[in-house]
Write a protein that binds this ligand. Sequence first.
Ligand SMILES: CC(C)(COP(=O)(O)OP(=O)(O)OC[C@H]1O[C@@H](n2cnc3c(N)ncnc32)[C@H](O)[C@@H]1OP(=O)(O)O)[C@@H](O)C(=O)NCCC(=O)NCCS
Length: 184
Amino acid sequence: MKNKLTVRNIGFLWDLGEPLPKFGSKNKVAIRAAMPKDRGRLRKIVLEAYLPDWLWWVRKTGGKERARADLMSYVNEFLGDRERRIFVAEEGGKIIGFSGAAKHDRGTGTIGYGVAVLPGFRKRGIGSMLLLAALDWLKKSGVRFVTLEEETFGFANKDSPAIILYKSLGGKIISDQIFSQARV
Ligand SMILES: CC(C)(COP(=O)(O)OP(=O)(O)OC[C@H]1O[C@@H](n2cnc3c(N)ncnc32)[C@H](O)[C@@H]1OP(=O)(O)O)[C@@H](O)C(=O)NCCC(=O)NCCS
């Protein structure tokens, strides 16, 4: 199994027919929809906000610059599409985290690329605020069912911070599988 990577893949579902959880925060953080002019600032932090948790994926993708380019191609797709939106958390003029949301047909949507917060700003409720902003926008756009697929490495037997976050804000686990992938 030396050249195998064990990845846990978890599927979440939100039914937005139910009220969104209330979330009070004393943060001096502004959450807003990202605009095309944020592209440069997002590029600077897009990879760092996933680290170190996603280092396994960075290695699999072929290194940091490949991973950053990969993430930015998704960001660019989201920024140029009315059916998709990125939300950013900003503090003191710096973008410190983001989340993504995408509408599909017939009242369904996804949280695209989850939620990510720069390591120095975690555990202050910012991830929760970003996830709620994304869910709230989907709900106001007429979306009822929202899915999210999360991959983790090293969390086969316990929940990662992201899983704890999604569960704490009403996400129901609808699939939970362990896969062995080839290491690159
Ligand atoms: C997941 C992530 C976005 C959480 O952001 P955050 O700003 O720290 O989240 P919050 O402060 O809102 O915490 C949300 C909940 O998770 C819990 N939590 C957050 N980090 C935790 C940790 N390291 N260990 C245990 N619980 C944790 C909080 O206690 C809170 O639970 P509660 O509501 O029951 O108190 C952040 O850890 C991150 O960016 N990780 C790397 C990127 C990633 O894996 N994103 C998801 C997939 S793309």
